[in-house]
Ligand binder design. Sequence first.
Ligand SMILES: Nc1ncnc2c1ncn2[C@@H]1O[C@H](COP(=O)(O)OP(=O)(O)OP(=O)(O)O)[C@@H](O)[C@H]1O
Ligand SMILES: [Mg+2]
Length: 409
Amino acid sequence: MGRREQQTLMVGLDIGTTKCAAVIGQLNADDRIEIIGHGESPSRGMNRGDVVNIEQTIHAIKRAVEAAELMANCRAQSLYVCISGTHVKSHNSIGIAPVRSGSVSERDVDSVMDAGRAIAIPADQKILHVIPQEFAVDGREGILDPVGMHGVRLEAKVHVITGSISAAQNIHKCVDSCGMKVDKLILQHIASSHATLLPDERALGVCLIDIGGGTTDIAIYKGGTIRHTAVLPIAGNQVTNDISVAFRTPVKSAEELKLAHGVALPQFASSRDEIEVPGVGDQPSRRLSPLTLVEVIKPRYEELFSYIGRELYRSEWLGHLASGIVLTGGAAQMPGVVELAEQVFGLPVRLGLPHDVDGIKEVVGNPAYSTAVGLLMYGRQDRAQASPTPMQGFAYWLQRAGEWFKGSF
Ligand SMILES: Nc1ncnc2c1ncn2[C@@H]1O[C@H](COP(=O)(O)OP(=O)(O)OP(=O)(O)O)[C@@H](O)[C@H]1O
Ligand SMILES: [Mg+2]
């Protein structure tokens, strides 16, 4: 088989806390992405979204990318890579700039965005994304595309996302050591949102919650743009640890029990037959009802949802989520989690899968791949900016957001 056309290929690399996932997508003539390769390997060098062991992370990246390359019959040279972790912070800021020639030009928009990103950030943080929310011309607010409007004073509301310099440098170092280069570093929740959220949901108001192994990533959209982001250090691994402690069983067995029998609500238990729980060391195994498992899993998810609820309340966007909540990430697959979330939040909740992509079923139907697929969608947008076609409206400005992505990591 010959090598595939490199120009139409993109590679997304999700270095998660539990798994390192690489996906290779081909951009077809109709601008749709087809997943043609994927690879996964356990990610032992990460803790809560941060690289804690360079060697193990390099190993995990190599294995995942090589498997994807083999499947897609191509070589990965550069990658869109995600970043997350509790070091990620978000800020809303306002930039103000004069309109230089009577009507707003693209240069004025660049100036006002530069003014918006000029916020005081700690010395160990750098800007990852600067995303325009809306503009105001001479005090008239709610403008999505100000270019061409008459006025003398331009204001921009922007969402600035910062991350730890060393966390980003570690990711670069790992990818470089594998002989590849990072196209761009993208916040995990932004990538997952690209893959799972629908334009109507973003317009009406929606909260994306990506529950992974080590972190839960939150992104709120309203009016078609991002309004708030947050990262919580609780996710699926805590559920596994709780099972391990409560049943005095090794973590590996706890994970297997969770995946095989775990449910978040008792009515979702598929069988009432007792399950075998291995003991620690030379302790004998015991038999327990699966309902005992629910008694451990449910409170942990409830606790996670209560933390998320607090974050939504603190963000002041809780009352604006007309489209409700979209859950994604590996730990969102637990049966009964969507229903439990509906009970806790009192909002409509759905499971978010990667949508609008074709190709390998294990990827496109799997919420654990939302981030990796979203990276490809971000990559498609990024490439469109590099060779722009005439566009109008707010979509243009959303695309241009990447131009203000000045993370020079
Ligand atoms: N079917 C399932 N039911 C319940 N939990 C599951 C299921 N499949 C995976 N998980 C849990 O999902 C978590 C992993 O999710 P995911 O692959 O999204 O994490 P990650 O991307 O590696 O981590 P992070 O995003 O936190 O860095 C693990 O805790 C795992 O136990
Ligand atoms: Mg993840």
